[in-house]
Design a protein around this ligand. Structure first.
Ligand code: IMP
Length: 504
C-alpha cells in the first residue's frame, strides 16, 4: 500500500524564526557566512568552502562566465549551465579561470594601417576611447602603440591619417608584464599618471589593459572566492549522459566543482555518474548530486559518493513539474527532512555532507530560513536572472525593464538531459516556463543588500556563523491568518513603491 504522510509539506513563507538572545558581540560585521561545499570527515575541514552561502542555478538564463565572475567576486559560486556543447561550456569555465579582476582583454583594437576614420567608427561602436594598436588588429596581437582621444584633434587631423602617424608608439609606453600584480599595476598607474596600463607577454603580445577608472572597484571585493592560484572559483553542471566526455573537458578547463543537474536525483543514472567520477578521479574532483526531497534520496546519493546534495523538486519559480507530473514536496519540509537525514548520517559515519536548498527562494529571509533549517547554502535562479550580469536579454515592457528568464525544462532551453529517464532522448513535455523577471541592476548591490539582511537576522538569533544558526535557531509554523499579518495591513499605503514587501 502506498505510504501517505500525515503532515502536509510546507514552504518557506509558512515559517518564521524566533529571536534568541543577542549580546553586544552580535553585530553584522562579526557574522561569518563561510560555509562548506564538499563533504568532510569529523574534525577535518571541507576541501572547498564558499565565503557566502549563495550559488547560482545551472541554467542558460542564469549562469554564464560573466555572472560566475561577478558572484565569485562576492564570495559565492556559479555552476555554469550544461545545456550547451561541451566545448562552449568548457570555454566559459576557462574564461572565469583566466579572468583577473582589473585585467581587461582589450575590446577596441586597430592596426597601424587603419585610419582615424576607422578609429572614430570603432569608438562609436564600443564607446571606448582607448584602443590598442596591434600588428594584426587582434586583442592579443603584438603591441605597437595606443590610441586615446588625446592623440588626435578632430578638427585638424585628417580622417585618412593612418593610425601609425598619430598613435603613442610602443617606445613611449609604460607597460607591465606577466608577473605584474594588480597592486603593482595600480602603483605604476599612479606613479606615471597613466589612464591605462598595457600588460604584455615576453614576445611583446598584448595580454590585458588595466584602467585607472577601475581602481576603486578593483579594491572592493573583500569576500572574493579564489583558488590557491588566486583564480576565481567556478562550478559547472553536468548530466548523466555525456559525462565521460564532459567531465574531462571541464576539469581540463580548471573547474573547481561539478554538480549533476537533474530534476530528480534518486536514480541509477546519478549513481553511475558518481561511480564513474570516483573511479576515474578518486576524491580529487568535487561533485554534487540531486535533487532529492527525503531521507531515502539523500542517503542514496551520500552512499553513492556525492560531495553535496541538492534538495528541491517542484519549488522553482519557473517550474511546472508539480502541475505536469504531480511530483514534489514543499521546499521547507524537504530541507528540514534532508537536514535531519544528513545529521543522522553524520552521527553514523562521521562524514558531513553539505546540503543545498535549490529553488523557490522568493524573499531574502527565505535564504536565512533555509540555512536555519539545515541547508549549508542555497541555489538561486530567478534571483540572479534579474541582474545585469545574467546572460539573458533586458527588455522594456510597459514602464519597466525586465529580464528574460526561462526554465531548463522549457521548450526554449530544451535541456532534455535534465529530465532524462533513460530511453528516448528528447523532451516530450515541458516542465518549465519561459518568463520575465523585473530587472534589478548590478549583482554586487543586490547580493550585498540580501546578505546584510541575513547577517542582521542571524544576530537577532544570537548566531555569528551558519553552523551556530543551525544549532540555535527556533522556527515556528505560522497560520494563514498570521501570514496576512506579516505584510503591511489595515493601512492605506502612501507610495506604491512602499508596498511593505521586500520581494526580490
Ligand atoms: P528559482 O530560484 O526559484 O528560480 O529556481 C531555480 C531552480 O529551478 C533551479 O536551480 C532548478 O533546480 C530548477 N529549474 C530550472 N529549470 C527548471 C524547469 O524548467 N522546470 C523545473 N525546475 C527547473
Amino acid at each position: 500500500m502506498a505510504f501517505i504522510y500525515d503532515e502536509p509539506s510546507h514552504t518557506f513563507s509558512e515559517y518564521l524564526l524566533l529571536p534568541g538572545y543577542s549580546s553586544a558581540e552580535h553585530t553584522p560585521n562579526n557574522v561569518s557566512l563561510k560555509t562548506p561545499l564538499a563533504r568532510y570527515k569529523k574534525g577535518e575541514s571541507s576541501k572547498l568552502s564558499i565565503n557566502v552561502p549563495l550559488t547560482s542555478a545551472v541554467m542558460q538564463a542564469v549562469s554564464n562566465d560573466t555572472l560566475a565572475i561577478a558572484l565569485a567576486q562576492e564570495g559565492g559560486i556559479s555552476f555554469i549551465f550544461g545545456s550547451q556543447p561541451i566545448e562552449s561550456q568548457a570555454e566559459m569555465v576557462r574564461r572565469v579561470k583566466k579572468h583577473k579582476a582589473g585585467f581587461v582583454t582589450s575590446d577596441s583594437n586597430v592596426r597601424p594601417e587603419d585610419t582615424l576614420a576607422d578609429v572614430l567608427a570603432l569608438r562609436a561602436k564600443t564607446d571606448h576611447s582607448t584602443m590598442a594598436v596591434t600588428e594584426d588588429g587582434s586583442p592579443n596581437g603584438k603591441l605597437l602603440g595606443l590610441v586615446t582621444s588625446r592623440d588626435y584633434r578632430l578638427s585638424r587631423t585628417p580622417k585618412t591619417t593612418p593610425v601609425k602617424d598619430f598613435m603613442t608608439p610602443f617606445k613611449d609606453l609604460i607597460v607591465g608584464d606577466e608577473t605584474t600584480t594588480l597592486p603593482e599595476a595600480n602603483d605604476l598607474i599612479w606613479e606615471h599618471k597613466l589612464n591605462q596600463l598595457p600588460i604584455i607577454d615576453k614576445a611583446g603580445n598584448l595580454l590585458y589593459l588595466i584602467f585607472r577608472k577601475d581602481y576603486d572597484t578593483n579594491k572592493d571585493n573583500p569576500l572574493e572566492l579564489l583558488d590557491d592560484r588566486k583564480r576565481y572559483v567556478c562550478g559547472a553542471g553536468i548530466n548523466t549522459r555525456d559525462y565521460e566526455d564532459r567531465v574531462p573537458a571541464l576539469i581540463e578547463a580548471g573547474v573547481d566543482a561539478l554538480v549533476i543537474d537533474s530534476s530528480e536525483g534518486y536514480s541509477e543514472w546519478q549513481a553511475r555518474t558518481l561511480a564513474w567520477v570516483r573511479d576515474t578521479y578518486g576524491d580529487d574532483v568535487i561533485i554534487g548530486a540531486g535533487n532529492v526531497v527525503d531521507e531515502e534520496g539523500f542517503r542514496f546519493l551520500a552512499e553513492a559518493g556525492a560531495d553535496f546534495v541538492k534538495v528541491g523538486i517542484g519549488g522553482g519559480s519557473i517550474c511546472i513539474t508539480r502541475e505536469q507530473k504531480g511530483i514534489g514536496r514543499g521546499q521547507a519540509t524537504a530541507v528540514i527532512e534532508v537536514a535531519k537525514a544528513r545529521q543522522k548520517y553524520f552521527e553514523e559515519t562521521g562524514i558531513y555532507i553539505p546540503i543545498c536548498s535549490d529553488g523557490g527562494i522568493v524573499y531574502d529571509y527565505h535564504i536565512t530560513l533555509a540555512l536555519a533549517m539545515g541547508a549549508d547554502f542555497v541555489m538561486l535562479g530567478r534571483y540572479f536572472a534579474r541582474f545585469d550580469e545574467s546572460p539573458s536579454n533586458k527588455v522594456h515592457i510597459g514602464n519597466s525593464y525586465m529580464k528574460e528568464y526561462w526554465g531548463e525544462g522549457s521548450a526554449r532551453a530544451r535541456n532534455w538531459q535534465r529530465y532524462d529517464m533513460g530511453g528516448d532522448s528528447k523532451l516530450s513535455f515541458e516542465e518549465g516556463v519561459d518568463s520575465y523577471v523585473p530587472y534589478a541592476g548590478a549583482l554586487k548591490d543586490n547580493v550585498q543588500l540580501s546578505l546584510s539582511k541575513i547577517r542582521s537576522t542571524m544576530c537577532n538569533c544570537g548566531a555569528l556563523s551558519i553552523a551556530e544558526l543551525q544549532d540555535k535557531a527556533k522556527l515556528t509554523l505560522v497560520s494563514s491568518t498570521s501570514i496576512v499579518e506579516g505584510g503591511a495591513h489595515d493601512v492605506t499605503l502612501r507610495n506604491a513603491d512602499m508596498d511593505g514587501s521586500n520581494h526580490l
